[in-house]
Ligand binder design. Structure first.
Ligand code: LLP
Length: 440
């Protein structure tokens, strides 16, 4: 029988992942063990080829099935200047939810006509920024925001292009914390108020209603919820056309496309989501005699998830006889809160022992002062010792973006690898950085 090694998990890593002669994990031509030595750990490594391939796949799979599409990357998954530049080069749009994300886009001169501004409680300052910097679309989440934006637009003599975020009341069967399209959600307009808001906006001279949108949630493995939600929103658009003369030019179906984190949880390919989504819109619009709207998709996780790998250095271990063996790494819940927050599951490999046989199960725990700081429970690994490098797959999305300075830890460095070259795209924080905002 063949021995079981980490090679079986390579498919979860970036597309350039391979194993070199020393039995080390290589990404983008870079030996991860050497990267950890050069840049320190924890280290987030992004593979540029994987990032660009995902951008291209979304454009291709949706583009070949539907007339007009915009792929708008959801910056909340991870945003930084170097990444924003890649997205700009790939021609993607950007979904932002804060003045901070807008300012990162601004810093690299991202084309603002491709920026979509979401959020359920945009501040006055943020609305002003959006108007001044002329974001492409402001996605209105509730009635109060509508009034606030109208007032500001009037003051500034602008007529912003807006979308309305509708809550279609559909359960995408994902974790409760990342399910957003259900009736009891803080986001968007409740079904009972859809007509009222459309009627109100259509008659508002300060706002230009371009279309409608929804976002069902994140990490959605099923495709059917998209079909159902699109059907519901298009039926509504047809009704609003009849009653109020509303012409929907754009339909934003949000993000949520799943990523495979573990070998036992495969996802549908992007082509399957694209097929159902495009077919539903094409058929339904024909049936309802609606002009085909521009289709906006907002993938976050599916663009950056698999492109990112985190490297930790293994330190101490603790054996509890008959119970479990804990292996500790030099990061944890401060750089990846997802296991603690959503019971998220990950796979990992020992980057310097890729060809060694897996001999037993261990539990990977972080270094932070909480018992919940467990990254992976019961994973089969080869024997590990202090100094080994643990590489966790699929850490590109919602890890760095949700990182904290818990225990006054320093946020990780980030490198981008491509064609055997590694480039630092975010330096590691220092103790000086930690104290920078304190006032004594
Ligand atoms: N569009 C809107 C309006 C969104 O709210 C989101 C994500 C996306 C697009 C992108 O969704 P994605 O394609 O990445 O699934 N922190 C959670 C995920 C929160 C997602 C919030 N909204 C996690 O770590 O699983």
């Amino acid at each position: 029988m063949a021995i079981k090694t980490a090679v079986s998990r390579l498919s979860l890593f970036p597309i350039t992942a391979e194993v070199n002669k020393q039995g080390h994990l290589v990404i983008g031509g870079g030996d991860t063990v050497a990267l950890a030595a050069e840049f320190g750990t924890p280290l987030y490594v992004f593979d540029e080829a994987s990032l660009r391939a995902q951008c291209a796949e979304f454009k291709m799979e949706f583009g070949q099935r539907y007339t007009e599409i915009s792929v708008v990357y959801a910056g909340k998954a991870f945003l930084n200047k170097a990444l924003a530049l890649i997205l700009k080069e790939e021609g993607l749009g950007l979904d932002v939810v804060s003045g901070g994300e807008m300012s990162i886009a601004r810093a690299i001169d991202f084309p603002f006509d491709k920026v979509y501004f979401h959020g359920n409680n945009k501040s006055a300052e943020e609305l002003n920024m959006a108007l001044e910097w002329r974001v492409g679309r402001i996605v209105i989440d509730n009635f109060e925001e509508l009034t606030r934006l109208s007032e500001r637009a009037r003051e500034k003599g602008r007529v912003p292009d807006i979308l309305l975020r509708l809550t279609p009341g559909i359960d995408p069967h994902t974790h409760k914390y990342i399910s957003t399209g259900v009736v009891d959600s803080k986001f968007g307009f409740t079904l009972a108020t859809w007509e009222e808001v459309v009627a109100q906006v259509i008659s508002a001279p300060d706002l230009n209603l371009v279309g409608l949108g929804f976002h069902l949630g994140s990490l959605i493995f099923e495709i059917e919820p998209y079909r159902e939600a699109i059907g519901r929103v298009l039926d509504f658009a047809a009704e609003m056309k009849r009653k109020h003369g509303f012409e929907m030019q754009e339909l934003d179906i949000g993000g949520g496309f799943a990523v495979q984190y573990t070998l036992d949880a495969p996802t549908p390919p992007i082509s399957s989501y694209a097929e159902v989504i495009a077919t539903t819109i094409n058929d339904k619009c024909q049936e309802l005699k609606l002009a085909l709207p521009r289709l906006v998709v907002e993938p976050g996780r599916a663009i950056v998830g698999r492109a990112g790998v985190v490297l930790y250095r293994i330190g101490a271990a603790k054996e509890i006889p008959g119970v479990r063996r804990y292996v500790f790494v030099d990061g944890g819940m401060a750089d990846n809160i997802r296991p603690a927050l959503y019971a998220a599951r990950y796979e990992a490999v020992v980057a310097n022992k890729m060809l060694l046989e897996e001999t037993g199960k261990v539990t990977i725990a972080g270094k932070f002062c909480e018992s919940g700081d467990i990254l992976i429970s019961d994973i089969s690994l080869p024997p590990v010792t202090a100094g080994d490098i643990l590489a966790m797959a699929d850490c590109g999305a919602y890890c760095l973006a949700m990182a904290s300075n818990y225990n006054a830890s320093l946020k990780s460095a980030v490198v981008l690898v491509k064609d055997d070259k590694a480039r630092l795209i975010r330096r590691r924080e220092t103790f000086e950085d930690l104290g920078r905002c304190d006032v004594v």
